[in-house]
Design a protein around this ligand. Structure first.
Ligand SMILES: [Zn+2]
Length: 60
């Protein structure tokens, strides 16, 4: 079982998600709010697709 990894945007090296800073260059971690924003964006896209499907499929 491998820990989820992320790539540091500053030095480009992968490291396990968890520490608040990159173990290679000590840059502050910024993945958590970013991934939350990405999740919210995907949720919004899926919701839009669902609404579009309902509009197309429901009888008028
Ligand atoms: Zn780094």
């Amino acid at each position: 079982m491998t820990a989820p990894q992320t790539t540091c945007l500053y030095c480009g090296k992968p490291y396990a998600i968890g520490p608040d800073q990159c173990p290679h260059c000590q840059a502050p971690a910024h993945q958590r709010p970013q991934s939350k924003l990405r999740q919210f964006r995907w949720f919004f896209i899926l919701l839009a697709l669902f609404c579009l499907a309902m509009i197309l499929w429901l009888p008028r």
